[in-house]
Design a protein. Structure first.
Length: 57
């Protein structure tokens, strides 16, 4: 996994966590769910990158 991919995935996960937190604080379920979705997408991308790396070596 390249450094750029790691940074992008970490940023997306952080953005999702912030959205989720703001959604919880404000009672905005849509924003809360959107934040969880962003985090799940980041986790899936990261898992895919790890899988690609495993087959490269």
């Amino acid at each position: 996994m390249s450094t750029d991919d790691k940074i992008e995935n970490t940023g997306e996960k952080a953005k999702g966590a912030i959205k989720e937190g703001v959604g919880k604080l404000t009672g905005n379920k849509r924003l809360e769910n959107e934040g969880r979705t962003d985090q799940a997408k980041s986790d899936a991308k990261q898992a895919g990158e790890h899988l690609k790396d495993a087959f490269k070596h």
